[in-house]
Design a protein around this ligand. Structure first.
Ligand code: ADP
Ligand code: MG
Length: 142
């Protein structure tokens, strides 16, 4: 096992419903540390750039409109196997399939408004972290 970093976003539905504290608590309780963090209101273009990998998907327009509709909290999480651990804490993309005790099971509104984003692999984590943070904005958290 190795110390990794992953990009996490509390999506507009989570910020709007005052779930920032509850969601960060899940990460902290599971041993992940915050290595960088900010509250931002993404432009439509920024949301499209972030989700560029999904640009051919039928939900791309709706997803990027939703992600730029109101502020999000973006953080880098650091810890042992942080990428997979964060995905476990988040639960499945569709809350209907998410396991008990996961963020998406407990808080997601729908498959689209599913409260959190998390990187899915080391390459995407590095790319996504660099999309939001410069190296001087990251601390060694562990
Ligand atoms: P994940 O966020 O679990 O990595 P994906 O990368 O497949 O999931 O999709 C990115 C985001 O796009 C999802 O978190 C969700 O907000 C949205 N999304 C995915 N699939 C659908 C769908 N079938 N309908 C609407 N929105 C979707
Ligand atoms: Mg994904």
């Amino acid at each position: 096992m190795a110390i990794e970093r992953t990009l996490s976003i509390i999506k507009p539905d989570g910020v709007k419903r005052n779930l920032i504290g509850k969601i960060l608590q899940r990460f902290e309780e599971n041993g992940l540390k915050v290595a960088a963090m900010k509250l931002v209101h993404l432009s439509k273009k920024e949301a499209e750039g972030f989700y560029a990998v999904h640009r051919e998907r039928p939900f791309f327009e709706s997803l990027t409109t939703m992600m730029s509709s109101s502020p999000v909290v973006v953080q880098v999480l650091e810890g042992e196997s942080a990428i997979a651990k964060n995905r476990e804490i988040m639960g499945a993309t569709n809350p209907a399939n998410a396991s008990e005790g996961t963020i998406r099971k407990d808080f997601a509104v729908s498959i689209e408004e599913n409260t959190v984003h998390g990187s899915d692999a080391p390459e995407t984590a590095a790319q996504e972290i660099a999309y939001f943070f410069s190296s001087t904005e990251l601390v060694n958290a562990s």
